[in-house]
Design a protein around this ligand. Structure first.
Ligand SMILES: Nc1ncnc2c1ncn2[C@@H]1O[C@H](COP(=O)(O)OP(=O)(O)OP(=O)(O)O)[C@@H](O)[C@H]1O
Length: 359
């Protein structure tokens, strides 16, 4: 089976900012893959290299076996991108925006019209087909960019923070829709700052920090790496910490706070029975007992904490120049996602929609 994404030693340097520092990553076909990382970690740069908006400085990047620069057209045709920022032609009815996009990918006009209605129905805004993008509500705009990503029936759907700023109901609707797509075979690459979203949806996540992959694992495996917290409430507060004899290598700390005993341990569920026996042996009656698992969020914070200062430095490094370059890349993104030529007046790193990655 061909991998949906295969990236080796991928590097990207923007002037003095090293946005990607040799990333190796494989996303298997059919998976629901999360790309997590703090602000400035390099997630959008990674995505923009895949879709041809940013030119890599080194390494290789392939989508379904097609090099994203040398075989740009085939790679891009396999991808549906729902970008973080709205970059839509505001003045046309939304069905026309979709038909235009389909036409750009070589879909004949009559089929494009049918597909436009199909995807609008799928995301639940078919009744808005003749409305301008500007006149949609915020939630409808999110639905629309997903419809636009789906118009080419992509094998790889890339969602850059698809649920940023949407209400709970819409978030659940989008989750359902994306899960259905994945179950019917579409590979999904999702970036999100909602860790709960990754935990719920993804079968594997990569944590990116300061341009490097810190780890790749399932959310379950990641949570198993963090310690659990066992909190026991005792009938009477002991004068001192009882000698529990918990010399188990999994126990990390034992603290007594009045009548509450707090134990942190890896695999807390396995340590718990020993703890109960030890408390019984030392004559301490238990009135309440709770084992709580480390959340994925805590593991994420722990894994990315070490690099905090580095990533702050990279982010703030070149100040206004970065802002200007990012604005130019975003302008290129507007053009490329709309299917228009973006080569004029854009960052030299930004690729053109139909000409492949910029040279
Ligand atoms: N066009 C550009 N010119 C110069 N520097 C850039 C450009 N685009 C991104 N950067 C820098 O590259 C680094 C990675 O940025 P990127 O946008 O890829 O991160 P991110 O993980 O997507 O962040 P966020 O979660 O905030 O969207 C940052 O330090 C950023 O300032």
């Amino acid at each position: 089976m061909t991998d949906a994404i295969r990236v080796e030693d991928l590097r990207k340097q923007y002037d003095d900012v090293q946005a990607l520092e040799g990333v190796d990553l494989t996303v298997p076909e059919g998976s629901f893959f999360g790309l997590l990382g703090p602000n400035g970690a390099g997630k959008t740069t990674f995505i923009n290299i895949l879709v041809g908006l940013v030119r890599r400085s080194g390494g290789t990047a392939e989508v379904f076996g097609h090099d994203v620069e040398d075989d740009y057209r085939a790679a891009r045709d396999a991808i549906g991108l729902a970008p973080q920022e709205f970059n839509v032609d505001r003045f046309f009815p939304i069905h026309e925006v979709l038909e235009h996009k389909a036409g750009y990918h070589g879909i004949p006009r009559s089929e494009a019209r049918e597909r436009a209605d199909e995807v609008l129905e799928r995301v639940g805004i078919l009744d808005k087909r003749d409305t301008r993008f500007d006149w949609l509500s915020g939630g409808m705009k999110r639905r629309f960019v997903l419809a636009r990503a789906l118009i080419t029936d992509p094998d790889l759907l890339i969602l850059d923070e698809p649920t940023a700023g949407v209400d709970v109901q819409l978030r659940h609707d989008l989750w359902e829709l994306i899960t259905d797509l994945n179950e019917s075979g579409t590979t999904v690459l999702l970036t999100t700052h909602y860790i709960e979203e990754a935990e719920r949806l993804c079968d594997e996540v990569a944590i990116l920090d300061s341009g490097s992959v810190v780890t790749v694992a399932s959310p379950e495996e990641l949570m198993e790496r963090g310690p659990d917290t066992i909190t026991v409430t005792l009938r009477e507060a002991p004068d001192a910490l009882p000698d529990l004899g918990l010399d188990d290598g999994r126990v990390e700390s034992v603290d007594l706070e009045g009548d509450r005993l707090v134990v942190t341990a890896r695999e807390g569920g396995l340590v718990a029975p020993n703890l109960v026996r030890a408390l019984d042996r030392t004559g301490n009656d238990i009135v309440d007992f709770d084992v709580s698992r480390t959340s994925l969020e805590e593991v994420f914070v722990e894994l990315t904490r070490q690099n905090e200062s580095v990533s702050d430095g990279a982010d703030g490094g070149s100040g206004d120049a970065d802002e200007a370059d990012t604005a130019r890349d975003r302008q290129a993104a507007v053009a490329a996602t709309n299917g228009t030529d973006s080569s004029a007046g854009t960052d030299s790193d930004a690729g053109t929609a139909d000409g492949g990655a910029g040279r």
